[in-house]
Design a protein around this ligand. Structure first.
Ligand code: C2E
Ligand code: CA
Ligand code: CA
Length: 313
């Protein structure tokens, strides 16, 4: 039997036809459900907005009250010596407790608060560097400071950094500024000009999270970098993912040919450290050596201790 597609089977059976009143109720309930969902989304968005507003207000207070702190994570050379530290911001809020940077830095980026926060970080890091320079056992230390995109994009970035350095009295070559690849996408000429201007006074540039961007290789010869930081995701997967190991090795070789220093971040195990050494990476940072420390703990970490000699076999 062939079915005529134009024949609607059953629809004319009065028992199967939905009464108009019921259809209306169905339509209404659909509308109500849709409205409910909309209200839910609006409530969530408002809640999100209010969290963001609260965070913004709290960050402003934190700037005014001096509630931010810096912690320092040691950077170790091939001889096992602490040669540098990365300054990492910490925010201990009276009610919210420790707020991790990933929770507030991106928001500060969006609202522009990253500019005063970043300037505070630079001033605090330089003040610390000045203290290290004044003491014999710490005067060799350099300091890496993270610079965020909107901070770097400020028209007066070069003057601001130069002024902070000048006022602190530190030797500019002790300061290393960390940028990420995303900053190299737009305004290439302006970016290069800023980097060259600060390099001219002695500041060096490190490329953070290397390998995670889209244009890593082209960035290397276009910008006046001194160091690249192999991203922790490479270090983490290096021993279990052969392709990752090949990429890591290629990065290290290329950096060597371009006269760039390489540092691996996120080194957590001796196996990772040994493998990195084998393939020629001679600077390291990560929990295997130490987490970021407050200034007192960092001072203690610097003291010679017999236990630390086991770090390098
Ligand atoms: P980042 O610059 O890539 O910093 C390294 C992050 O990895 C730090 O997280 C550090 O604590 C963590 N880390 C260190 N060793 C290990 C390890 O062995 N394993 C693992 N899994 N992680 C390790 P933190 O301090 O939470 O900072 C997160 C991010 O927030 C930073 O990533 C940076 O992008 C941003 N940030 C932190 N401080 C500042 C700052 O002063 N200014 C700006 N603009 N950004 C900052
Ligand atoms: Ca960094
Ligand atoms: Ca990083």
């Amino acid at each position: 039997m062939s079915l005529d597609p134009n024949t609607s089977i059953g629809f004319h059976d009065p028992k199967l036809v939905i009464p108009a009143s019921a259809a209306e109720i169905g339509a209404w309930s659909n509308t109500l459900i849709a409205m409910g969902e909309l209200v839910f989304i609006v409530v969530i968005m408002n809640a999100d907005l209010s969290v963001r507003r609260t965070m913004d207000v709290e960050m402003r207070k934190a700037i005014a009250n001096g509630d931010f702190q810096l912690h320092y994570q040691p950077q170790i050379n091939e001889a096992g010596r602490v040669v540098s530290a990365e300054a990492l911001i910490r925010w201990r809020h009276a009610k919210m407790g420790n707020v991790p940077p990933v929770k507030f830095i991106p928001l500060a980026e969006e609202t522009g608060l990253i500019v005063p926060i970043g300037n505070w970080v630079l001033r605090a890091a330089c003040a610390q560097l000045a203290q290290w320079e004044a003491q014999q056992h710490t005067q060799h230390l350099t300091m890496a400071v993270n610079v965020s995109a909107s901070q770097f994009r400020q028209p007066d970035f070069v003057q601001t950094v130069s002024e902070i350095i000048r006022l602190s009295g530190v030797t500019p070559s002790k300061l290393k500024l960390e940028l990420t690849e995303s900053m190299f996408i737009d305004n290439v000429d302006a970016t290069v000009a800023k980097m060259i201007a600060l390099k001219a006074i002695g500041i060096s540039w490190s490329l953070d999270d290397f390998g995670t961007g889209y244009s890593s290789l082209s960035v290397l010869n276009r910008f006046p970098l001194g160091q690249i930081k192999i991203d922790k995701s490479f270090v983490r997967d290096m021993l279990t993912n052969a392709r990752n190991m090949v990429v890591t090795q290629a990065i290290i070789e290329l950096a060597g040919k371009l006269n760039l220093q390489v540092i691996a971040e996120g080194v957590e195990t001796r196996e990772q450290l040994n493998r990195l050494r084998e393939v020629g990476c001679l600077n390291y940072q990560g929990y295997f050596f130490s987490p970021p420390l407050d200034i007192d703990a960092f001072g203690t970490f610097l003291l010679p201790a017999p236990s630390k000699s086991k770090t390098f076999s």
